[in-house]
Design a protein around this ligand. Structure first.
Ligand SMILES: C[S@@+](CC[C@H](N)C(=O)[O-])C[C@H]1O[C@@H](n2cnc3c(N)ncnc32)[C@H](O)[C@@H]1O
Length: 455
């Protein structure tokens, strides 16, 4: 049963409240309705509640507001002790709603009866600490499901360098089909498998395949499985890949269990006439007319509580530079709406001053200082907006504040799809430590079995 936020007992009621919250004008504005880059063009600051902006303007520095907002995402009661004194109640209530609408992210503690998976040195030495922790936690859970449900095979899609695949094959004795769209990743995994003494096409089978849907792949998986039961997994299956895997788990009969962790929500393809199977995938979200823009989905990739706070960082000014420059380009009609822009290639050195930043951006846009924009105009815009640095700082923080609510919506959509397809034991488990691995929500499910065995 899904661990719902405090105060909720009905998942559909919870989902409806989340959708309603995401559709509120304030949520739409801060998750991309007005991008921070366009803050001065559309006067984003003035569109926020005036009680809030007045208070933020009264603080000695924008960093105080930023720290307070980010701290507000923490759910531990002691975190409330650090709430800024004098904060208007209306802000506090709104922040509380964000907390109350987010799925729990505290790492799942498995019972000590469940065996740990010790990754052999030959495999562990290839992994960074974060990856090793993810593989240990993921493999432990997957191995437990496999051993208790009579599953002998695992299909790992988006297997990358094979960190999880090879651990499951080498330590847990599972037969693994490792699938990845990148030949380079598959080659790396093959080499590591050899070094670990794993036999290709026995312990592990590698397949280079970029998955864009379910067509054809189900048959290949069934052929490889030889009638044995499989668990389908993927650690950090990017964008819509998680959705393809969810569909595969419901349609391929040898796949009896699913355990997938998503990431890179910016790569999710939204539903459209050309892509009717796009996001959202569940009937529930579609019936309730969930509408999240790509910018809102990008918000789901953020984890501001993990940011290292450095008020002196030159990056702190980046958003202000960009917003002032966008205003200048807009006022001078130098950039056409909707035109694809080249990458600006801003380097750290360009962040030292607004002039340096502007010079780099203009040259990337093939615009000339002296001809398209004068040095005097650049200086004038810097002067005109210099007292509004705090606006972009706070707007940027607001733009990532709904990260966990957005991620909850994505998880709920996937969950509902699986339930609607008749899957059982559908759940969302915070499998990793959020502080190390913020994309820590594993969607799990099992297929209903007609004879009731093996579960
Ligand atoms: C974030 S990495 C995760 C790799 C691995 N699961 C891990 O945890 O180390 C995502 C992997 O998925 C692969 N990938 C992304 N989209 C894919 C697709 N549509 N089909 C197949 N592989 C894909 C990438 O090549 C990459 O190796």
């Amino acid at each position: 049963m899904v661990n719902l936020p405090l105060g909720y007992t009905n998942i559909h009621k919870y989902a409806q409240d989340v959708i309603a919250f995401m559709h509120e004008p304030l949520s739409v504005q801060i998750t991309g309705g007005i991008h921070v880059n366009d803050a001065f063009i559309y006067d984003a600051w003035k569109k926020l509640p005036s009680e809030w902006t007045t208070w933020w303007e009264s603080l000695p520095s924008p960093q105080d507001a930023q720290k307070d907002l980010i701290n507000s995402l923490r759910i531990e009661p002691e975190a409330r002790r650090h709430d800024l004194h004098g904060r208007p109640d209306s802000i506090s209530r709104w922040l509380e709603r964000i907390r109350n609408l987010s799925l729990n992210r505290e790492q799942l503690v498995l019972s000590e009866d469940i065996p740990h998976v010790e990754v052999p040195d030959i495999l562990a030495s290839r992994m960074v600490t974060k990856k090793l922790a993810e593989v240990r936690a993921g493999a432990r859970y997957i191995n437990h499901i496999c051993k208790t449900r009579n599953i002998t095979r695992v299909v790992d899609i988006g297997s990358g360098q094979g960190y999880l695949s090879l651990t499951l094959a080498a330590v847990c004795g599972l037969r693994v089909l490792a699938i990845d769209g990148s030949e380079k990743q598959i080659q790396g995994s093959r080499t590591a498998a050899q070094q670990a003494g794993l036999v290709e096409n026995d312990n592990v089978t590698h397949l280079t395949r970029f998955v864009t849907g379910t067509d054809g792949l189900g048959k290949e998986i069934a052929l490889w499985a030889r009638g044995e039961r499989c668990l389908l997994t993927g650690l950090h299956a990017c964008g819509s890949l998680s959705e393809h895997m969810i569909r595969l788990s419901t349609t391929v009969s040898c796949i009896t269990h699913l355990a997938v962790v998503g990431c890179c929500y910016n790569h999710i393809n939204p539903a459209s006439t050309e892509n009717p199977k796009g996001f959202p995938i569940s009937s529930f979200m579609r019936t309730n007319e969930l509408n999240l823009s790509t910018s809102a989905l990008i918000t789901g990739c953020q984890a501001p509580t993990n940011w290292i706070h450095n008020p002196d960082s030159i990056f702190a000014r980046k958003h202000w530079y960009r917003a002032v420059l966008e205003k200048l380009l807009h006022d001078k009609k130098l950039v056409q709406e909707g035109n694809q822009r080249p990458v600006w290639g801003i380097r750290n050195g360009d962040l030292k001053s607004f002039t340096a930043y502007t010079s780099r951006a203009l040259s990337s846009l093939k615009l000339k200082i002296g001809k398209d924009v004068t040095e005097q105009e650049i200086a004038e815009y810097e002067e005109r907006y210099k007292h509004r640095v705090a606006e972009t700082a706070v707007l940027w923080t607001l733009s990532v504040l709904l990260c966990r609510v957005v991620e909850s919506v994505i998880a709920l959509d996937r969950l509902f799809y699986l339930q609607e397809a008749g899957m059982e034991e559908v759940d969302v488990l915070p499998i990793f430590d959020y502080k190390e691995s913020p994309r820590n929500l594993m969607i799990v499910a099992s297929k209903k079995e007609s004879n009731g065995t093996g579960r």
